[in-house]
Ligand binder design. Sequence first.
Ligand SMILES: [Zn+2]
Length: 287
Amino acid sequence: MVAKTYKNNKLDFESKEISKMHINKSLVIAGLIGTVLFLGACDETGNNTEKLSNEPVESNEEELNSEVTEESSESDQISNDGFTVEDLKSSIFNSSDILSLVNKNYSLEDDYVPDDLVTLDVPTVLENPEINQLRKEAAKALKEMINSAEEENIILYARSGYRSYQTQVQLFNNYVANNGEEAANKFSARPGESEHQTGLSIDVTSESVDYQLTESFGETAEGIWIQEQAHNFGFIIRYPKGKEEITGYQYEPWHLRYLGDEMATDVFERGLTYEEFLVERGIDIEI
Ligand SMILES: [Zn+2]
């Protein structure tokens, strides 16, 4: 059932701080075993409008470019990826959409569970069956990415994918009990606010960082490969360095969010966080 299970059964899958803080892992484990599942928030065809993309720009590039900057809130604007502002609005606020926006300001319902979770078919670190799941489309993309990396001798492992609302409740409560709420809120998400509940986020790691989630992963060959290549498989690094004020999270070079090839590439090429990207596209969201 679980793919290649690796190394240990630690449940400190949330962030780099966890291992440093000596969280009572047995307590976490006791609370989590049997409840972990993975979910995602996209539909399988949510990002497939590429054919719309370049037509207007090609036909009247100069004029459209100026409109993009001056009238970015126009509801009928079409950008390179083909999504209008209205398209994006309906997508990002739809829990089950592949573009679903989940952060400290926009949370998921407590009963939201993706209906297309599948067990990952890639090397994994932990034995918990819940977190070794992603939504079908994201799982497929992850497998393609990890296989492609392997061809370049870059060996990646999946550490934590889907996490249910209830798992996040237990996780966050344990962090609060051990570290206090203020600290917990900086490296963990409150229930409903975790992108892992979408089933579209995956934490990846490597042997070079002892299969942990640590900032130094970003400087490893594996971490650099991820930074350069993940968008080609539909993933973005969701919490980039220096963007803590926008994302609400410290730099997490291991946390990938699936958006589909087209949107991920768009966000990557603009060098923006997902929130900044949406604002640039004319969506009025709270940051
Ligand atoms: Zn994560």
